[in-house]
Write a protein that binds this ligand. Structure first.
Ligand code: F6P
Length: 329
């Protein structure tokens, strides 16, 4: 039987994390469970930096980006001593369970703690990257797409005015979910992400050909290439410079960066976060352990935490084919 739950937000923050914290506290309170929240991810757990979370703490946070618990990455948890210490603190604070809202790195930390902890551990997928197996979407992804779209639409206006080529860099350390989705929705002419062919200086002709085709077909006009971070040696600014040299025309780079992580969560993220937070508490009561709560085909599901990082989730092959064969000219 569980009485006391610890929660933390870890890794890159994602819009909707607050909505998830709120749902956990509301649901726990309905079942008479106590909740404490650790600050700054696993660091707060190791340093015993925490607060009791009561209903008034989660009032009016559903609409706020970031996380009221703060977030961080935690190097100390990568050592055995760190994992042992984290388990000791959980036991000392009489916590029957821990919920981690974060991405795959955070889930690895959770699994390390589990080797030394008798209580239950559940993960909730919170990352703008949407690169976690076992759930169709992660909390924060939908907002990040809208934020990126807002920016790309604005870039399109100035690109149109100057009939310029723009390269817009989007986040997604290991995965092109954000880039493909925002690129399709923005009507980008080209998309460069890990799931497509990688690009280096010797393969620029693959980018140049479609640009020249487009210019032949429609004359000089705006042309937008969205690029996932880490797709080109030296980054997207270097790619813009190299492409400009190859084409003999100017190309501008725009790195959207961390603005993609901020902002009010869109409705879809608030709803997903609420569903998964509530489901996590109910599943803890049912005895679930070492699982991630997710949503597949609108059904809340449980998925083994250790399988969440296998990267079997594929970005939509239909859209990939359409983009590669049809949209880019
Ligand atoms: O994991 C989320 C994410 O925003 C990635 O898309 C990005 O590569 C990374 O975090 C950036 O991390 P940091 O905030 O440490 O620079």
């Amino acid at each position: 039987m569980i009485r006391r739950i610890g929660i933390l937000t870890s890794g890159g923050d994602a819009p909707g994390m607050n909505a998830c914290i709120r749902a956990i506290v509301l649901t726990a309170s309905a079942y008479n469970l106590e909740v404490i929240g650790f600050h700054h991810g696993f660091n707060g757990l190791l340093e015993e930096d925490y607060q009791t979370l009561l209903l008034h703490h989660v009032q009016d946070i559903i609409q706020r980006g970031g996380t009221i618990l703060k977030s961080a990455r935690c190097k100390a948890l990568k050592t055995k001593e760190g994992a042992v210490q984290a388990a000791k603190v959980l036991q000392k604070l009489h916590l029957d369970a821990l919920i981690i809202i974060g991405g795959d790195g955070s889930f690895k930390g959770a699994l390390a703690i589990a080797e030394h902890y008798q209580g239950q551990i559940l993960g909730v997928p919170g990352t703008i990257d949407n690169d976690i197996d076992g759930t169709d979407y992660t909390i924060g992804f939908a907002t990040a797409i809208d934020t990126a779209l807002d920016a790309i639409d604005k870039i399109r206006d100035t690109a149109d005015a100057f009939e310029r080529i723009f390269l817009v860099e989007l986040m997604g350390r290991h995965s092109g979910y954000i880039t493909l989705s925002a690129g399709i929705a923005a009507g980008a002419e080209q998309i460069i992400c890990p799931e497509f062919a990688t690009v280096n200086k010797n393969q620029l002709s693959a980018l140049v050909g479609p640009i020249q085709n487009a210019q032949l077909l429609r004359g000089k006009s705006s042309y937008i290439i969205v690029v996932a971070e880490n797709s080109y040696p030296g980054g997207t600014t270097a790619l813009a410079d190299d492409l400009a040299a190859e084409l003999g025309t100017e190309c501008r780079a725009c790195i959207l960066g961390h603005m993609q992580r901020g902002g009010r969560p869109v409705g879809a993220d608030r709803i997903l976060a609420t569903k998964l937070g509530a489901f996590a508490v109910e599943q803890l009561k049912n005895g679930a352990n070492l699982m991630m709560v997710g949503e597949v085909n609108q059904q809340a599901t449980l998925f083994p935490l250790e399988k969440t990082c296998e990267r079997n989730k594929k970005i939509d092959p239909y859209l990939v084919r359409w983009q590669q064969r049809i949209a880019r000219d």
